[in-house]
Structure formats: structure tokens, C-alpha cells
Design a protein around this ligand. Sequence first.
Ligand code: 0RA
Length: 637
Amino acid sequence: MQENIKYDESNIQVLEGLEAVRKRPGMYIGSTSSRGLHHLVYEIMDNSIDEALAGYCTKITIIINKDNSITNIDNGRGIPVGIHPQMGIPTVEVVHTILHAGGKFDGKGYKVSGGLHGVGASVVNALSEYMIVEVFRDGKIYRQRYERGKVVTGLEVVGQTDVTGTKTTFLPDREIFETIEFDYEVLLARFRELAFLNKGLTIVLRDERPEVPVEKELHYEGGIVSFVEYMDRNKSPLHDPIYYTGEKDGSFVEIAMQYNKDSYVENIHSYANNISTAEGGTHLTGFKTAITKVLNDYARKYNIIKENEKNLLGEDVREGLTAIISVKLPEPQFEGQTKTKLGNSEIRTLVENVISEKFESYLEENPSIARVILDKCLASSRAREAARKARELTRRKSVLESTTLPGKLADCTEKDPSLCEIFIVEGDSAGGSAKQGRDRRFQAILPLWGKMLNVEKSRVDKVYGNEKLAPVITALGTSISDDFDISKLRYHKIIIMADADVDGAHIRTLLLTFFYRYMYPLVENGHVYIAQPPLYKIAHGKEEVYAYDDRELAKIFEEKGWKKADCTVQRYKGLGEMNPEQLWETTMNPETRVILRVELEDAVAADEIFTVLMGEKVEPRKEFIQTYAKNVRNLDI
Ligand code: 0RA
């Protein structure tokens, strides 16, 4: 009797658990937007990756089915089907119906509970119209079906097999998600990253939705060395990638790094248990400290830095460096605003020791490579010194002129940055309309003039001195690079407003490159927006409406029942053609406008796009433009 009551109670708890997930899905998967939708796939796949890390699974296949359901197949041992000693139901059912706040259900190593990950199969189940799990184990095929987290069929044996593994199919719930349309490219980018991070693992992505299904197999014997080569494929490396590993007390670290000739920026990505640690943490700190020390010690030893000269700084030794730092550890602590900062202190020493020992001997054994690396660092150091002088000059000037804000800035009256917006506008005529059309209480206008610098091809000293960028820097108030301070940001919305033509796209890309490379936290924290001016104005009698693209134009005719012959359709060639009232109404008024927030879903892809579009090599740019020319209007970062 006792037993029975207890069972009922836990059953009720179970239901409450998954009900909670359906009531507040954002708490478990971050959001119900497209981003949250894609997280469902990562959650399910995560379990298969764990099985691969444990050494039992070599291949994971993910299929996007015609109806946007997802099938995830692995060739691991199969989820255990035996009766769970505490719960009294099959373990596979426990895994799918009981909320495991990211914990391990079987004490297996490497269960990740950081960021949005690790919440597990039960959360995905709760948020799916249906889920079908098939386990291939002990010569049998077991099968169970759930709907919105609830069991609809008990675990059944449905056939025989001579393989092992787990196959999960789920259809995300339309009642929960804003969209259930999966993006092949988004999944592919994440799977490529996972294939790089898990050397030897094969990941297959198959899209069954097109007329002719698409399939891609990802497998990198080189692991993160291949990752670095991949990221640098459009750059000019100074040497082959350097690769180190280390291990202590059940924690593993892997580092791959390579210096490039023609890049002035650093491209370092760190991971903990396959999760991108965008905010860095102990592994990244250990890496940075150690390479700075090793390079300074070597340069001192061989008199490359003279006795009266200063040491190289961290930023000097990272210029042009591409690196991946990947750690795998039993109990990762994720900290920081977005829970993407690794906190485990022991990892810092582990990484430092690996680099100190091995990078030092690498330099000793490869003196000519050591020399080109150090030449690059020294050049960076000199440029930094020049930048410091340029900066001091700017500061002195501003003291003399008594105002720090650029002359062309039409500032707003509101002083609380969280309520303020700045429109960065190309061209004086558009700038004029914007100044007249704006709501001056909270909207500032900064017209740009002069020659725009391509920051991808320049060092920081050039950036400070650039006539077009300097006003942007002073108007925003944050400074740049290592001096960047987000608490000084004067406007929480920075809106780039440029024409919808090729020149406008160019200026947009240059400004985005600048923000990405020199004011990264602005992008990361979602402060950067792109204004969407309309393409058409349609007048019908006294009524006037705007269309932002051709599709919308067609829709307006259809919905309003207007005939083309009765309307005047004006196509805007540029912002300058709009009068202040029109610009306000269509592009600036928060009540009626459309603005796109620049989001960084994938830092690796973003770096790649900026390198390709703005970097030294011409061929990859041509290739990119030829491939994507038809989509340029939707170029999203
Ligand atoms: C724990 C124990 C065993 C397998 C798994 C977990 C497992 C879970 C998942 C989830 C997706 N695919 C999976 N593959 C395996 C096996 C224990 C044993 O066989 O002794």
C-alpha cells in the first residue's frame, strides 16, 4: 500500500514537472523563437554525443523530415530499457518523462548542464506534438510514443535487430513555437562545429524537405586542427597549425593555433564540453596569459626585445592569431551574464602548464617560425604605441575644444541611454531629412561623411585617426578595443540607416565590420540595428501605404483589392528621396517602423563572412558574391 501511494505521488510530480516546461518554455530552452526551436535538436543530439564521448558511438545522423519533424539516430549502446529501480518504469521512459534539471540520470561522465544545454530529452518531449523513441538493444527493437510529454504507448518490442543504437523522432509543438521551420544552414554550422570538436565522429545531416533531398556528411580526422585550417582557409598562414593536449584529474584540454600574415584581428574561440564559451573564462585566460609569457621570455632570451624595451602585451601577441581552446571536464561551472563563461579555476593552471611547456619548446625547435611570429607581434606593438599617441592627441584636443561630441551630431535631449537611439546616416541629404523628421527628445542623428576605412585591413592606430569613424566613436562614448567600456554607451539602440542599394550595403557592411571587430560587446548585447526603409510608396486616392519589398507590394494590391492602373507606385532609390515626414513615418517612428536587430548566432560564421567580404584575398570574395549574389538583399549576419 505504502509503495502504491508513493508511486502515485511521484507520478503527479512528473506531470507537474513537464507541465512547468510547457507553461514556461523559455526557462528551459531560452526562447520559443527559431533559436529555441533549433536548441531542441541540440538537446537530443547532446545525448548521442555523450555516448560518443564515452567511446560507444561513432556516427550520428540527423534528418529533417518533410513535416519539419526531426529524426536523430546514433549507433551507441541504446538507452537502457530495463525497469528503473527507483521509479519502477523502464529507464528509457524515465529519461523522457521526468525533468532532470540538467543532472545526470546514471552518473555517466561529462553530462553537461551549462547554458541552455543539458536539460535533456524530457524537455524536448514536453515541447513536441509527438515523440517516438526506438531503442536497438539486445537484438530487439523497442518503441515508445509520447504526445506533449505524456506516454501514449507503453514500451513495446516491435521487431528484431542485429545493431545497437537509439532513434528519436519528434515534431516541435506549433502551440509552443513561433515557427517550426528548421534552417538547414543553421543546423549545418552547429554540426560542423561539433564534428570539429569531436575528432573522428561522423555527423550526417539530411534534409528531406526539398524535391531532391540534400545530405552532408561531416567528419574530421584532424579535429580542432582541421577547425583552425577551416577558419584560416581564406587567410595566409605563417606556419602549420600547432596542436597541444593535456590532461589532469579527468579534465582534458586541446589547443590548436595558427598565426596569419594578413590579419590584424584575433580569432580565438573557446569551448567547454562542446559548448561555445562566448564570455571566455579560465581556459581562455590561461591560454592568453601563457602565450604572452612564453613569447616575451623567448624574445628576451634572444634579444629580440632589447633590455630597454617594454614587454609585448596580450593584444600584441594575439594579432592575427586563430585558435581553438576546447576543454572537456566532469563538472563545468558556467558563469557570466549569458552563462557562457567557464569558472573552474583548476582549468586555468592546466591550460597554462600545457602551453608553457610545449609552446616554448616549439619556438626553440622552430626558430624561423618563432622569428616571423615575433616580428608580427612587434609590428602590432608599434602600431599600438602609435594608436596611444593618436588617442592622447584626441583627448587633448577635446579638452581644448571643451566639447567631446562631434560637430555634426544632432543629439537628443533625453539623458538616460536606455531610452536613447542614434541613427547613423550616410549622406548629407538623408541626414538633413532625418534631423528634421526625428523625435529629438530621444533620437540623435549622426551623418557620416568622408572616406570609410575598411577596418579588416587596418590596425587600431588607423581606426582612431579615421575621419569617418572618429565621430562614431566619440558619439557612442564607449571607446574601442581594450579601452571599450559599455557602461559609457550613450545610446542603447544604434541604428544604421543606409540606402537599399549597393553603396548602402557597402557602408552597412563596413560599419558592421567595425562594430564587430572593435566594439564587439555592442553586437553581442544586441545594441546594433539596421533600419529598413521602404522600397515603394503606393498611393490610391487619398490613401498612402508603404511596401518594404516586392512580396509586400503584391500583397497590398491583393488585400486592398486595388488595381495597378488606379494607383501611383513610387519606387524609392534612396533615403534622400523621402521628405522628413515620410522618413519619420516609414523608418524612424518606433510605432510603425521595421528595424532588424543584428544577432550573432554563430561567431565562427561571422568571422568568416567578415574575412571573406572585407579581407585581403580577392578570390574567396568573388566566389562568395557569385554564390550569394541573388540573396544579397537578405544578407544577415
Ligand atoms: C546510459 C547507459 C547506457 C546507454 C546510454 C545511457 C545511452 C543514452 C543515450 C541517449 C541517446 N543515445 C544514447 N545512447 C546511450 C548503456 C549502459 C549499458 O549498456 O551498459
